[in-house]
Design a protein around this ligand. Structure first.
Ligand SMILES: [Zn+2]
Length: 191
């Protein structure tokens, strides 16, 4: 039941193991329909959890690699390796990606995980055409002026990663919990 664990906010999971289970043919959604938004690895869709607690802002993005890199196999060619490196370098700058230009926030911790980022080839997970790979990004920021954080704005993320069509956002902030699907046409959510 690893997929249930996916629903836990900020659970840190071994993505290499999860990627092996991802399948577009997965048809057991009825078994846990309550988690349907997290159940499928759907190209074009991603999930983002955001928690603002005092001065600590945490963001956790879970996306099919397809949305961010354009493929999901291990990068072997120089061109593919360059695409992975470019996506990674964008993901290393969460403030512009998530529109966090207020609040005086500094990154205190960041983790980027994906089978595509692995130093060594995980051949057991990449030998099959049907394999899918995710990219997981987890950021912790310390914000000196959290009251000035008015909204999340994913416009830049959608612009830089145009294969991303929609992001299901769960946000917990001073005004409680909100869930919303953000798109290029509606990229913002207030804290
Ligand atoms: Zn996929």
């Amino acid at each position: 039941m690893r997929r249930l664990l996916l629903a836990l906010p900020f659970a840190l999971l071994p993505l290499a193991a999860l990627a092996a289970e991802h399948s577009h043919e997965h048809d057991h959604a009825h078994d846990h329909a309550e988690h349907s938004s997290l159940d499928a690895h759907e190209h074009g869709a991603a999930q983002l959890n955001v928690v603002l607690d005092g001065k600590v802002l945490e963001l956790q993005l879970e996306s099919p690699a397809m949305n961010l890199v354009g493929f999901e196999h291990a990068a072997k060619s120089d061109a593919d390796k360059a695409k992975v490196a470019a996506a990674r370098s964008q993901l290393e700058q969460p403030q512009p990606l998530f529109g966090l230009n207020a609040g005086d926030c500094q990154i205190s911790k960041q983790e980027l995980e994906s089978p595509l980022f692995a130093e060594h080839k995980h051949e057991e997970h990449h030998d099959h055409d049907s394999e899918h790979s995710d990219i997981h990004a987890h950021y912790t920021l310390d914000c000196q002026k959290p009251e000035e954080l008015k909204q999340l704005n994913l416009g830049e993320l959608f612009k830089r990663f145009p294969a991303t069509e929609k992001i299901q956002v769960q946000l917990i902030g001073p005004n409680g919990q909100q869930g919303m699907e953000l798109t290029p046409a509606q990229p913002t959510l207030s804290f």
